[in-house]
Design a protein around this ligand. Structure first.
Ligand SMILES: Nc1nc2c(c(=O)[nH]1)N[C@H]1C(S)=C(S)[C@@H](COP(=O)(O)OP(=O)(O)OC[C@H]3O[C@@H](n4cnc5c(=O)[nH]c(N)nc54)[C@H](O)[C@@H]3O)O[C@H]1N2
Ligand SMILES: Nc1nc2c(c(=O)[nH]1)N[C@H]1C(S)=C(S)[C@@H](COP(=O)(O)OP(=O)(O)OC[C@H]3O[C@@H](n4cnc5c(=O)[nH]c(N)nc54)[C@H](O)[C@@H]3O)O[C@H]1N2
Ligand SMILES: [Mo]
Length: 813
């Protein structure tokens, strides 16, 4: 989230699109209710289904799954054509005036640099700005240059007319225009819209680009950095934000630092590439501090072993292959199917139920020598080898995999912190001991570490150093406490730390107060630089529970700790104009106080707190250009401007933006393994668009172990619109079989008015809703796994599976 849960209450307009917040985030949804009651905010919902969120909306529009770029691209076109733009914001705080390199082009649905054989953009050299002699980006403040970002963007989205957008999305033109008109009112400075999304946007082969399109809309409206604005991912598990913060994805290090590539064996080159010089005069380019964060991380991990002479143990870190693809779950399971993986530690994850193409996942697990499942419960994954009849039809005797179950405790049985969507680190306290033989995850992992280390010490190995030299200063080696780990993530002084003027900042062993104190000389250690400030010499900031709100801005500065630097709204410098004056009195957040010569306000300024606005430093300090990007430069897999591509299983078989091309029907840069093509179905065989989702009454695949949840939602059902049900002779309560190219499930039919047929590209498209919670363990009725249906396809940037749009057929059984 750029903003916070509580800040949703500041919005004048709430757009829920690509999520169903009332159902999946029922507690957080109270701030939407607050915005409605306190600000008379309006709520817009755009969803293939008329959901529980839609039921309290002021405007609802249906949309075909996987087509949000067309809807939002049309909106960009509408805002530009009707001049509904926050001009001063856009001119000063975005890259509209930047001139793009001559090497950039976009033709027939493809950007420059595409390699059709590798299905990837192997040459992104044209996706940049033109530079002057000093290495600064060239700009044209008049916005007239034919290759300035504004002109290119305008041209790109001029194709997204209301008629074409409607033809792709199936949303009726009048409904679309009504919603666009409502959104356009937020281009005035005193009015903000917040966008709330989740999986309805992420789980597509073009998911990351859908979210970028949303960010572009918010920039045109001047809504980023504003109270009640922003682009807000309502995250899933209680600590999934913490997972990415701590770098648990295979290509990341903590604090969004990145692993080196194979071609980056040289330490200085590795750092220099990640610490870019400013692209415009007077800009900050905050990542120039990368080295300080990296060295502090290595000091936390390797302690005394990390020294300047050995590049702070840089060689201990693995490097990614060419292209930087990590070992995401799709790739891991693909490697498993090809016998490239011997054993698998599965911790707090139920891939058999959660990953696409369940039958493929079963086959992959069956090729392992061993599988360790660390979980408080029995899961489908820990029992993948069990013949559960039709629900898991396997020949147990032929499976060699040895499965070890290590029962763990769960969050209520341990102390620790959770990072919520809002970036708040909130401490929680143990409520009870875990039952039976269960042990905390930390205990199990530390025990494993102690034993591995002992083996390396006594028997040696190919490269024992990273294990033997791991810094392990905890009081009880086999069980570091949550407090010890939290203090290490925050960071401490290794030796005396002084500031630029030689004043003492911290004595050895003291906790650091902020990441601005981190150094690249080995005097500081910090396990995750963005968490710096969460456990200082003043104590555990995450445990703070003061919910006062003296300025009535819903910022709650003394509740828990918000990374970075306890800042609640990211890019908040953008809430004031270039002179440092709030764009509007109603939405003031931080501003320049000429008397005290400092930035003040109700949030921690996202900026150098004493820098005069005269200096001209812009708000987007993490970008070397200092401004936000409409043109994504070389960051994205599919191109600098989002383009609509169809889901890999498309009910219409063409991309109406490029009706003559076969090459760009679906994303030309998505994650598709060779063996997956033959598992994709076509609309002739599977004519309906299927989508999967969750219900309030269950949490994924584990509440089916609880009787109360099981009573509330006892068995698998699917939702079918009335028109299709009639065509198929299906009535409510019938058993139906829903099949895709990859398998089928049987379920109870719910016939509903809430899913209507859509007119798409001259044909009727029916959508079918498949909730995802059931399986063959627990106390609900044994059932099929929804993911049997889903294709093994991923987004080209995030590798997130396309579980929201695929093709199915439905028959009465
Ligand atoms: N009760 C409960 N709450 C949960 C969870 C749970 O299992 N149970 N899971 C948690 C987790 S981990 C997560 S990630 C979040 C997920 O939170 P959400 O994303 O809100 O949950 P989903 O039910 O997957 O909802 C997706 C919604 O997007 C719609 N949709 C599908 N495709 C499209 C599309 O192409 N465009 C648009 N505009 N909409 C589309 C679906 O119809 C559905 O209403 O929920 C969290 N909260
Ligand atoms: N088709 C389709 N597939 C989807 C989705 C979809 O919308 N559609 N949503 C996707 C999303 S967003 C998500 S997040 C995944 C969810 O997929 P998973 O994360 O696999 O599902 P969960 O059941 O939430 O959690 C996995 C396990 O964690 C265990 N657990 C809980 N606490 C602890 C603990 O403290 N320690 C350990 N070791 N284990 C613990 C639980 O008992 C549970 O068995 O599913 C994904 N799959
Ligand atoms: Mo999730």
């Amino acid at each position: 989230m750029t903003n916070t849960w509580t800040d949703i209450g500041n919005a004048d307009l709430v757009l829920v699109m690509g999520g169903n917040a009332a159902e999946a985030h029922p507690c957080g949804f109270r701030w939407v209710t607050e915005a409605k009651s306190e600000n008379k905010a309006r709520l817009i919902v755009v969803d293939p289904r008329f959901t529980r969120t839609a039921s309290v909306a002021d405007y609802y529009a249906p949309i075909r799954t996987g087509t949000d770029i067309a809807f939002l691209g049309g909106l960009i076109n509408y805002l530009i054509e009707n001049d509904k733009i926050q001009h001063e914001y856009v001119r000063n705080y975005t890259d509209v005036s930047f001139i793009v390199s001559e090497g950039y082009s976009f033709e027939d649905g493809l950007f420059s640099g595409y390699d059709a054989e590798k299905r990837t953009y192997s040459d992104k050299s044209g996706w940049t700005y033109e530079l002057d002699e000093d290495g600064y980006a060239k700009v044209d403040p008049t916005l007239q240059h034919p290759r300035c970002v504004f002109q290119l963007m305008k041209q790109h989205y001029s194709r997204y007319t209301p008629e074409l957008a409607s033809q792709i999305c199936g949303t009726p033109v009048d409904r679309m225009l009504k919603i666009w008109e409502e959104i356009a009112t937020c281009s005035t400075p005193g009015k903000t819209m917040t966008i709330l999304y989740a999986l309805g946007w992420t789980q597509h082969s073009i998911g990351a680009q859908i979210i970028r399109t949303a960010a572009m809309v918010q920039l045109l409206l001047g809504n980023v950095g504003m109270p009640g604005g922003g682009v807000n991912a309502l995250r899933g598990h209680s600590n999934i934000q913490g997972l990415t913060d701590l770098g648990l994805l295979s290509n990341l290090l903590p604090g969004y630092l990145t692993l080196g590539l194979d071609a980056e064996q040289d330490y200085d080159t590795y750092i220099a590439k990640r610490a870019p010089k400013p692209l415009r005069p007077g800009q900050m380019s905050y990542w120039q501090n990368y080295g300080k964060f990296h060295v502090s991380l290595m000091k936390a991990w390797y302690g005394p072993a990390a020294q300047a002479e050995n590049n702070w143990c840089f060689d201990y870190l693995p490097k990614l292959e060419y292209g930087g693809a990590g070992y995401d779950v799709l790739r891991m399971f693909d490697m498993m199917s090809r016998d490239e993986v011997t054993g698998y530690f599965c911790q707090g994850f139920n891939p058999l139920a959660a990953l696409p193409d369940k039958n493929r996942v079963v086959k992959a697990l069956a090729r392992l020598k061993w599988l360790v499942v660390m979980d408080p419960l029995q899961t489908e994954t820990s029992e993948f080898w069990r013949n559960a009849g039709v629900y898991n039809d396997v020949d147990t005797a032929s499976i060699q995999t040895e499965v070890f179950s290590l029962p763990t405790t769960c969050f209520a049985e341990e102390d620790g912190s959770l990072v919520n969507s809002t970036r708040w680190l909130q401490w929680h306290w143990k409520a009870a001991d875990g039952p039976g033989e269960s042990r905390p995850d930390i205990w199990i992992m530390s025990g494993l570490h102690t034993r591995l280390r002992e083996l390396y010490r006594t028997e040696g190995g190919v490269f024992p150093d990273p294990i033997l030299n791991l810094h392990w200063p905890y009081k009880v080696a086999h069980e570091p406490s949550a407090e010890e780990l939290a203090k290490e993530f925050n960071g401490y002084a290794v030796s005396e730390v002084t500031d630029a003027n030689g004043n003492l900042v911290a004595r050895p062993g003291q906790q650091l107060a902020a990441f601005s104190q981190l150094k690249d000389d080995g005097s500081t250690a910090s396990g995750c630089w963005i968490f710096c400030g969460s456990w200082t010499e003043q104590g555990n900031m995450m445990a703070r529970r003061d919910n006062s709100d003296p300025y009535h801005m819903k910022q709650h500065q003394n509740w828990a700790f918000s990374w970075p630097a306890n800042r609640r709204i990211l890019y908040n410098r953008a809430s004031a104009d270039p002179q440092g004056k709030p764009w509007s009195e109603r939405k003031k957040l931080v501003w320049w106080n000429a008397e005290s010569k400092g930035w003040i306000g109700t949030d921690v300024p996202d900026y150098n707190a004493s820098l005069d606005p005269e200096a001209g430093m812009n708000p987007f300090i993490m970008n070397p250009e200092g401004v936000a990007r409409f043109f994504a430069v070389d960051k994205m897999a599919e191109g600098p401007f989002p383009e609509h591509y169809e889901p890999f299983e498309t009910p219409i078989g063409v991309n109406p933006l490029h009706p003559k091309s076969r090459k760009v029907v679906s994303s030309p840069a998505a994650r598709v393994f060779d063996s997956v093509w033959e598992t994709l179905g076509t609309a002739e065989e599977f004519p309906y668009a299927g989508t999967t989702y969750r219900l309030t009454e269950h949490f994924h695949f584990w509440t089916k172990h609880c009787k109360l949840n099981a009573i509330a939602q006892p068995e698998q059902f699917v939702e079918i619109g009335e028109v299709l049900a009639k065509e198929k002779g299906i009535v409510a309560g019938d058993r139906v079989r829903v099949s895709s190219k990859r398998g089928f499930l049987e379920a109870v039919a719910v016939v509903t008015k809430r899913i209507r047929p859509l007119q798409v590209n001259g044909q009727v498209v029916h959508q079918i809703g498949i909730p995802l919670h059931w399986g063959f363990t627990g106390v609900t009725k044994p059932g099929y796994i929804a993911n049997t249906m889903v294709p093994f396809i991923g987004d080209g940037n995030t590798q997130t599976p396309e579980s929201k749009s695929f093709l199915v057929n439905v028959e009465k059984v």
